[in-house]
Design a protein around this ligand. Structure first.
Ligand SMILES: C[S@@+](CC[C@H](N)C(=O)[O-])C[C@H]1O[C@@H](n2cnc3c(N)ncnc32)[C@H](O)[C@@H]1O
Length: 290
C-alpha cells in the first residue's frame, strides 16, 4: 500500500484537519473498531491527549504531521501492532516502552501479577523473581503494587533487557535485572517465582497472524508442544524457593493439565489453575512443601 496521502508537489500542501485524517484512516484500517484504532494512532503519533481532538478536531494538520501519520497508518495497515508503531503499551498502571525486541505485554498477564500479589500479601518484604521479563511488565507491576518487595527479573535476551532497563528507570528503579537463562546463577531463596515464558508450539499458524508475526519468535515459541520452557522452570524452581514459596506460571489455554501434572511431580502442592475472563485456563500455581 502506498502512503495514503501523497505529497507529490511541495506547492501542493494538503489541507486536512485532524478529524478528516481520522475519517480517512478509519476507512483504511483492517480492524473491527476502526475509529478507535485511528484515534489511538492520531493521538499517539502526535502525542496529544484525548481532549485535544475535541478542542482541535477542525484544526489543519501541517505537512510533517500528515507524513508521520500516513507512515504510521501504512505500518498499521501492514499488520504491525499499534504498540510497536507508537513504541509504548499500557500495562497495569504504567505506559511501558516496547520495541520489536520484546513481546507486547498482554492484558491477561495482569492475572499473573494479581495471583502473585495475593500469595505474598501476608509477607512484610517478599523476595520475588520474574523469569523472562521482556519489557519488565510483570516485575515492574509487582514492584509498584508491593514497594517493600525485593524483585529480580531475568531474561536471556540482552535486547529485551535494555528495554526492561529503560522501563525500570521510569517505573520501578529498585528492580534488579539480570541476563541469564531462567534461574541459572540465582540462588534465591524466593518467596515467589513468576513467569510468562514462551509456550507456543513451533509451526502453530497463530505465529503468522497479524501482530504476532512481528513479535520475537524467541519470546513465543518453545519445543515439546510449547511446554519445554514451562518444564525447565518447574524443574529449576524447587531448589530456589523458600519452604511454602509459590511458583506461578502463565501458559496456553490447553496446557493446564500438563503443567499441573509437572508441578505435582516436582513436589508442589496446593496446585490450582485460574481462568481468565474468557473462561480459559491461563495461570497455574503451586506451593513448595514446608
Ligand atoms: C512470552 S515473553 C514474556 C515477556 C514478559 N514477561 C511479558 O509477560 O510480557 C517470554 C520472554 O522469555 C524470554 N526468554 C526466552 N527464553 C528464555 C530463557 N531461557 N531464559 C530467560 N528468558 C527467556 C524471552 O526473551 C521473552 O522476553
Amino acid at each position: 500500500m502506498k502512503p495514503a496521502i501523497l505529497i507529490q508537489n511541495p506547492t501542493q500542501v494538503p489541507q486536512l484537519s485532524a478529524e478528516q485524517w481520522l475519517q480517512h484512516a478509519a476507512r483504511k484500517l483492517p480492524v473491527n473498531d476502526t475509529r478507535r484504532e485511528a484515534r489511538a494512532l492520531l493521538l499517539g503519533v502526535l502525542q496529544r491527549p484525548m481532549t485535544w481532538l475535541y478542542s482541535h478536531g477542525d484544526s489543519l494538520l501541517n505537512e510533517a504531521e500528515i507524513q508521520r501519520l500516513d507512515q504510521a497508518l501504512h505500518r498499521r495497515v501492514q499488520g504491525e501492532p499499534l504498540a510497536y508503531i507508537l513504541g509504548r503499551k499500557p500495562f497495569w498502571d504504567m505506559e511501558l516502552q516496547v520495541s520489536p525486541a520484546v513481546l507486547c505485554p498482554r492484558p491477561e498477564t495482569e492475572m499473573l501479577v494479581e495471583a502473585c500479589l495475593e500469595k505474598v500479601a501476608e509477607l512484610a518484604s517478599p523476595t520475588i523473581a520474574d523469569l523472562g521479563t521482556g519489557s519488565g511488565a510483570i516485575a515492574l507491576a509487582l514492584a509498584r503494587a508491593c514497594p517493600a518487595a525485593r524483585l529480580i527479573a531475568t531474561d536471556i535476551s540482552p535486547e529485551a533487557l535494555s528495554v526492561a532497563k529503560r522501563n525500570a528507570r521510569q517505573w520501578a528503579p529498585g528492580v534488579q535485572l539480570l541476563q541469564t537463562s531462567w534461574l541459572q546463577g540465582l540462588t534465591g531463596p524466593f518467596d515467589a517465582i513468576v513467569s510468562n515464558p514462551p509456550y507456543i508450539e513451533p509451526g502453530n499458524p497463530w505465529l503468522d497472524s497479524d501482530g504476532t508475526r512481528h513479535e520475537p519468535k524467541a519470546a513465543l515459541v518453545a519445543g515439546a508442544h510449547g511446554l519445554a520452557d514451562l518444564f525447565s522452570i518447574i524443574g529449576q524452581a524447587p531448589a530456589r524457593l523458600k519452604p511454602d514459596g509459590w511458583l506461578l506460571l502463565e501458559h496456553g489455554h490447553d496446557q493446564s493439565a500438563a503443567v499441573q501434572a509437572a508441578m505435582k511431580k516436582a513436589g508442589f502442592h496446593a496446585v490450582e489453575t485460574r481462568l481468565d475472563t474468557a473462561g480459559l485456563a491461563r495461570v497455574t500455581l503451586g506451593r513448595q512443601p514446608y
